[in-house]
Design a protein around this ligand. Structure first.
Ligand code: HGY
Ligand code: MN
Ligand code: MN
Length: 429
């Protein structure tokens, strides 16, 4: 009986490896923990706000890691970072995969960061397995996704997709009056690439859910089919500065009182549009913000969202119709400016199927989800086939230093990301 020696040639070996491959979960977790040390919060989370020195330090670490993984790093004029792993076909458009490294002031370790370092881990794992792909892979760190310091959110990806001009983006100011352009220059991360000049074959983004559904349904992977739309309405209310003690109640022009009644209005409008709508306010600025002076001006941003465009715009219309009446009744002047917006997003069905098939193949429980939070993928979807992958987070908590995920959830998300990217980037010998 001849003993046939069946040996796998290199291509078969790579294909077998690739078909069952998993990322290195401990290496991913260690990278997440190391990045979290940069711009630490005060309760175990992160405060690595965009264009701060901490953001700059995080960028340098990410660049070092990318170069150590054999990638070359380009930067565009908005400061977005693109780390390229070459493909075998120099004419093939790259598969982009990433998210953001900037955090909220009281952010977690994983919002955005899991997507960037999960993408880096995909490349590191491809290197380990000697996998080559036809299409290059570009690991991406989008600048200013959060919009916490410079509104609107997803600013750099918005310029990339042609939604905002570079001048508009550079002019955006933080609460201290510093501009995006000046701060980007100050940290030394103004790149030379024209924003949006890069063309994508596809874009994938891994992100924590930032909501309670996956954990509650005991599902490991969120197959993201849509993302809800958003309006950020910035109100500037003008009252009259006056003594909080000696000014009679009937003589007050109280912008703070008007603000509180508009908060109630936002809550009522959102609750009147259940299910599937949300509304609230996260940022308020009183001037002069002194305990015993009635505010002369109050500036705050109303954040309303819905996956239903009609409901989203109806909420905006009702708030913009009723808020001025509240102010008129108090003698307060009311100005509103839309400072952030995107319509609900439908991700690319073919890529959504690729993600679902990868989760199936890897044996991960999964379900379709609509993203409650906004992401750079919302703008990438304007210029390329795009979709997202989500993993659960503990109690659905995010934008809070107590944000938690498990190493298994992180690994599952990055495993699915690996297989989706390999499918789209096409493994070759
Ligand atoms: O606002 C958002 O949904 C995102 O966290 N920037
Ligand atoms: Mn995010
Ligand atoms: Mn966020």
């Amino acid at each position: 009986m001849s003993v046939g020696i069946y040996c796998l040639n290199l291509v078969d070996m790579v294909m077998v490896l690739a078909s069952n491959s998993r990322i290195n979960s401990q290496r991913l977790w260690d990278s997440l923990e190391e990045m979290a040390l940069i711009g630490p919060g005060v309760r175990g989370g992160c405060n690595r706000q965009t264009l701060t020195d901490a953001d700059g330090d995080g960028r340098h670490l990410f660049k070092r890691w990318c170069e150590a993984a054999g990638m070359t790093v380009g930067v565009d004029k908005m400061g977005t970072m693109f780390a390229t792993r070459p493909g075998t076909d120099p004419d093939a458009l790259p598969v982009y995969v990433g998210s953001h490294l900037d955090t909220q002031p009281t952010g977690g370790k994983y919002d955005g960061v899991l997507g960037v370092l999960g993408a880096l881990e995909v490349v590191r794992s491809m290197n380990d397995m000697g996998i080559k792909t036809k299409h290059p892979i570009v690991v991406t760190n989008w600048a200013n996704e959060e919009g916490a310091r410079f509104a609107p959110a997803m600013l750099a990806s918005g310029v990339f997709a042609g939604i905002h001009t570079l001048d508009y983006a550079y002019s955006r100011k933080d609460l201290e009056g510093k501009t995006y352009g000046d701060e980007l220059k100050r940290i030394g991360w103004v790149g030379d690439e024209e924003v949006g000049a890069r063309k994508m074959h596809a874009y994938y983004e891994l992100h924590i859910e930032q909501g309670p559904i996956l954990e509650a349904e005991d599902k490991t992977i969120g197959v993201v089919t849509h993302c809800q739309g958003l309006w950020w309405l910035e109100f500037t209310l003008t009252g009259k500065e006056a003594h909080t003690g000696s000014t009679p109640m009937n003589m007050r022009v109280n912008a703070g009182l008007a603000m509180s009644r508009i908060f109630e209005l936002v809550q009522t409008v959102a609750m009147d549009n259940q299910p599937g709508c949300v509304g609230g306010v996260g940022q308020v600025k009183f001037s002069p913000n002194s305990r015993n002076v009635l505010p002369g001006t109050v500036v705050f941003t109303v954040d309303i969202r819905s996956p239903d465009l009609t409901k989203l715009n109806a909420m905006r219309a009702r708030i913009e119709a009723e808020a001025p009446k509240i102010c008129d009744g108090l003698g307060v002047k009311c100005a509103v400016e839309a400072v952030g917006h995107f319509d609900p997003v439908t991700f690319t069905p073919e890529l959504v199927t690729t993600v679902r098939n990868a989760a199936e193949k890897l044996g991960y429980s999964h379900m379709n989800v609509i993203s409650g939070a906004g992401h750079d993928a919302c703008w990438a979807a304007k210029v390329a086939p795009t979709t997202m992958i989500m993993c659960p987070c503990v109690d659905g908590l995010s934008h809070n230093e107590d944000e938690k995920i498990t190493i298994d959830w992180a690994a599952a998300g990055a495993d699915v990301l690996l297989h989706a990217v390999l499918e789209t980037a096409e493994i070759v010998e």
